[in-house]
Design a protein around this ligand. Structure first.
Ligand SMILES: Nc1ncnc2c1ncn2[C@@H]1O[C@H](COP(=O)(O)OP(=O)(O)O)[C@@H](O)[C@H]1O
Ligand SMILES: [Mg+2]
Length: 457
């Protein structure tokens, strides 16, 4: 299932906005990224999409289900009604799951909201949505293990990282539960932990526990026949859903492996990193939030695709607001390709403030938002961060005062006012780091001019 296009009418700061989402005829990837100043409307777009898709999730649960209503305060000021229209393509009704490709069907639905006491300009049209959800319900009726499309929204407030020590109630973790809080709360580490622990309990009951295997492994020689037999035993006794999550985390965060729940000395979640075992709570905020994000996507895919040999191949739509949040620049660079490598069949709709996020992928659809308008911008692949800042994000690449002085300096050199240039150069060189390239460049230029002057004399 893919959202092909989103259309907003009088919603937030947008009077009328059409947003085709990747993949498009020009962009092969499944990734659309929005950039724009604070207040440009990035979050509004993701929220609109999440609200609209929440109706699909609700109607999967039951025929008359209601998703999140559109709140009145999102209606564009001075207008009576707002509407969100989505165009979704889906091929689940055309062929039995997993068998070849088939024609995709298109579904269009509209969710509208009118201010109290005003005449409606739009009205909700949810027929096609019910039809689409109906197909999935029919499939679920025939086959309990039908795959469902993941739909999840990770808002900026997605940092719920407390891990409960005691689990109060046992939960049900069937496919439909994969949608629990997927559109309103973002990453809930609590639920992740509970799920992980319950699955691990079952894994331990039905197979050989990891601890026991680790103990046995310590008694045999590495790569011996006994070692290999133990490896094989481990692979077959692993719960496929848990291994999907473990694989996703170690693919996404190289160097991290072996996520598990430990009961001693206290109940906690542990992960291995660089040969050491850490309590997950000891990790940095950035590490934790990435782990929670990737773990959450993987957990939901695993729940929703019980029959897929590799649930990470599951289908879905994932919305992430401010993807660069908490990430070191080197992580920002690779985060999109990690997402698409780890979850190859998910459609991603992302927002970012970071030039690095969009300059490292060849084939993403990037939109700049400003003044309620949307502009598709050419690929930024391979561009340096400064160029992206200047050309796409409309941002100075250096402190404005320093930039002004550097310009003055060049003017002085070019205007042959060499004494003044030399004074300004020395003053600037005192202020800026020794490695400043512009200063070295100016010094060379000044030297050239001085030599030329000496020659002319
Ligand atoms: N009902 C409305 N009518 C007009 N403008 C609105 C309405 N609701 C929100 N806005 C404006 O839309 C902007 C949307 O912000 P938001 O989507 O959070 O931006 P971003 O995520 O890009 O920072 C806000 O600056 C706000 O002023
Ligand atoms: Mg925002």
């Amino acid at each position: 299932m893919d959202v092909r296009q989103l259309r907003l009418n009088n919603l937030g700061c947008f009077a009328s906005l059409d947003v085709p989402l990747a993949p498009t005829p020009q962009t092969d990837s499944n990734v659309t990224v929005f950039v724009g100043n604070n207040g440009a409307g990035k979050t509004s777009i993701l929220k609109a999409l999440a609200t609209s898709l929440s109706w699909f999730v609700a109607r999967l649960g039951n025929e008359k289900g209601n998703g999140s209503p559109l709140p009145e305060d999102v209606i564009l000021n001075c207008h009576a009604s707002a509407a969100i229209e989505v165009f979704v393509s889906d091929n689940s009704d055309n062929y039995p799951q997993g068998e070849g490709t088939a024609e995709t069907s298109q579904y269009r639905w509209m969710l509208a909201k009118t201010r109290k006491g005003k005449k409606a300009a739009y009205s909700s049209q949810l027929g096609p949505l019910s039809e689409l959800a109906g197909h999935y319900r029919e499939m679920l009726t025939v086959n309990d293990n039908t795959s469902l499309p993941l739909i999840a929204f990770y808002p900026v407030e997605r940092v719920v990282l407390d891990i409960p020590l005691k689990i109060k109630a046992r939960h049900s973790f069937r496919q439909l539960d994969g949608y629990d809080n997927s559109l309103n709360q973002g990453v809930d580490f609590r639920r992740f932990f509970e799920w992980f622990r319950e699955r691990e309990d079952t894994e331990n009951e039905s197979g050989v526990s990891k601890e026991a295997l680790d103990l046995l492994r310590a008694t045999v020689e590495k790569d011996s026949a006994a070692w290999q037999a133990l490896e094989q035993l481990e692979a077959t006794s692993e719960d496929p859903q848990l291994s999907a999550v473990r694989t996703a985390i170690s693919n996404f965060m190289p160097g991290f492996s072996n996520l598990k729940v430990r009961r001693k000395p206290r109940l906690h979640m542990s992960i291995d990193k660089g040969g050491e075992t850490f309590n997950v709570l000891q990790l940095s905020q950035g590490e934790k939030s990435l782990m929670a994000l990737v773990g959450d996507i993987a957990r939901r895919l695993a729940m929703m695709n019980p029959d897929l040999p590799n649930p990470l191949q599951g289908d879905g739509i994932v919305l992430i607001d401010e993807l660069d949040m908490h990430l070191h620049p080197s992580w920002q660079r690779s985060v999109i390709s990690r997402l698409t490598d780890t979850f190859p069949n998910c459609q991603f709709v992302l927002t970012t403030h970071s030039p690095l996020v969009i300059s490292d992928c060849k084939d993403v659809l990037v939109y700049a938002l400003a003044d309620g308008q949307l502009t598709a911008i050419p690929s930024q692949y391979g561009q340096d961060a400064n160029t992206v800042l200047l050309e796409v994000m409309d941002t100075h690449i250096r402190n404005v005062q320093v930039a002004g002085k550097l310009n003055d300096l060049l003017d002085l050199i070019q205007g042959s006012q060499l004494d003044a240039a030399s004074t300004l150069l020395n003053a600037l060189a005192d202020e800026l780091p020794d490695s400043n390239l512009e200063i070295s460049r100016a010094r060379l230029l000044l030297r050239k001019q001085e030599l030329r002057r000496a020659k002319d004399k």
